[in-house]
Design a protein around this ligand. Structure first.
Ligand SMILES: *[C@@H]1O[C@H](CO)[C@@H](O)[C@H](O)[C@H]1NC(C)=O
Ligand SMILES: *[C@@H]1O[C@H](CO)[C@@H](O)[C@H](O)[C@H]1NC(C)=O
Ligand SMILES: *[C@@H]1O[C@H](CO)[C@@H](O)[C@H](O)[C@H]1NC(C)=O
Ligand SMILES: *[C@@H]1O[C@H](CO)[C@@H](O)[C@H](O)[C@H]1NC(C)=O
Ligand SMILES: *[C@@H]1O[C@H](CO)[C@@H](O)[C@H](O)[C@H]1NC(C)=O
Length: 374
């Protein structure tokens, strides 16, 4: 019997893939969507990070990442999440609400700021992850209305992110036990999702309980950042930890995001800077923070990423310049914020009106006892 060289090659290929798939079954992380036996040589921008445990890397996070807008007191960021990710943000924090049965990203209440449905947001995350195969990304979801994780699972599945999500072997693991960035990337499971409330390892194992895995420093800071353990449900001596490094200003007695001091807040060094809080925490606990949540991340011209790079022992060298701060009071682009209508304002007088409309909404919410936009 004659076998053409083509079919011989095919037979060899089949034999090889049978062998490969047989051996791959011993790798728990093998994912059908990623090539087998892949070995990442660059991880989150550096070869040096591939062999580092996820729990031993410092990441910059965008606080209220979906709350994008200018001249809007309910906005924490100037740029959308695609720009945030392109510039180096590697944890996206968000507040999720139940709006008539749809999981929606709102700020305090959907009448104050509605950042659109989680499904749209996750679609953007998926597109970015697909375009950036050597990146590990974390999500931090504030489950404001205590929705069951199965409802999130449905939305993750719709976006195709369930199969990219890392599920740890148990509900909580110490900082030192997380897999390396390289193995997360090789396995194709490079999205890590943490949730502050109602996570349930037995029903959706990739929605990871935040506070048994991560402790947090105080939030709503309007004066000086410290490094006390503010919220935890686990052992803070072994958990990863997150510092809330966004400075609020009091408006009508309520804390609100304020870009006017963000250059200094985000700086590498100086009073109340990110660098200063980082140093304080590192010296207090003998290890670096894992996550640093900031507002208006581009203020400081990349300083927040420089703090992280230095912490990780790598060089901060962006391939393209990062976004520049958009001056407040100028032309307004309020995203989908309800308080700022979303239409660009022709002049700063209108912008100020927009800002005062937000103050009014805030004030009314305060009267109703529903204040607090951070
Ligand atoms: C990572 O560690 C493995 C063994 O632990 C080693 O063979 C490999 O060279 C290391 N890779 C890098 C990029 O340091
Ligand atoms: C996100 O912002 C960038 C500019 O920073 C813009 O080019 C892009 O179109 C925006 N994406 C969406 C989905 O709005
Ligand atoms: C945590 O921080 C919040 C806001 O700053 C504060 O109200 C609360 O008292 C703090 N709790 C602890 C246990 O430190
Ligand atoms: C922040 O720094 C940038 C760049 O130096 C500068 O253009 C901008 O005016 C500063 N913003 C504020 C609010 O100080
Ligand atoms: C990573 O490990 C090094 C060496 O032990 C330590 O100095 C650093 O603080 C750790 N970083 C984090 C985020 O745990």
């Amino acid at each position: 019997m004659f076998v053409s060289s083509k079919s011989r090659a095919q037979a060899a290929l089949i034999a090889t893939s049978v062998l490969l798939s047989a051996s791959s079954s011993s790798f728990v992380h093998a994912s059908p969507s990623e090539p087998l036996n892949r070995r990442a040589t660059t991880c989150n921008g550096s070869p040096d990070l591939c062999n580092r445990s996820f729990g031993n890397v410092t990441f910059v996070g965008a606080h209220d990442s979906y709350a994008v807008g200018i001249n809007n007191l309910a906005a924490n960021q100037d740029y959308n999440i695609t720009q945030q990710l392109n510039d180096g943000i590697r944890m996206l924090q968000m507040q999720a609400h139940n709006l008539n049965g749809v999981i929606q990203l709102c700020h305090t209440s959907c009448s104050l700021y509605n950042g659109g449905p989680l499904s749209t947001y996750l679609g953007t995350v998926k597109t970015w992850l697909d375009a950036n195969p050597n990146e590990v990304l974390s999500l931090l979801i504030v489950n404001s209305d205590d929705l069951p994780p199965t409802e999130y699972d449905t939305v993750f599945k719709g976006a195709g992110l369930d199969t990219m999500s890392y599920a740890p072997p148990s509900a909580s693991i110490p900082a030192t036990q997380w897999p390396t960035l390289g193995s997360l990337i090789d396995s194709g499971k490079r999205l890590l999702t943490f949730m502050d409330a109602s996570a349930d390892f037995t029903s959706v194992p990739y929605i990871i309980d935040e506070f048994t895995n991560i402790w947090e420093s105080p939030y709503d800071v309007t004066t000086t950042f410290d490094c006390s353990v503010n919220r935890t449900k686990g052992d803070s001596t072994t958990e990863m930890y997150l510092i809330n490094h966004f400075l609020d200003t009091l408006i009508l007695g309520q804390p609100a995001p304020d870009p006017s001091q963000a250059n200094q807040t985000n700086a590498v060094s100086g009073t109340n800077s990110l660098g200063a809080q980082f140093e304080l925490c590192a010296s207090q606990y003998g290890r670096n923070p894992n996550f640093m949540l900031v507002d208006f991340y581009e203020y400081g011209g990349g300083s927040v990423f420089e703090v992280a790079a230095t912490a990780n022992g790598v060089t901060y060298s962006p391939t393209t310049p990062i976004a520049t701060p958009i001056p407040q009071g100028g032309s307004s682009t309020t995203g989908s914020g309800t308080a700022g209508s979303g239409t660009p304002s022709p002049n700063s007088a209108v912008s100020m009106t927009t800002r005062w409309t937000t103050v009014w909404v805030l004030f009314s919410s305060a009267m109703l006892g529903a204040w607090y936009v951070v």
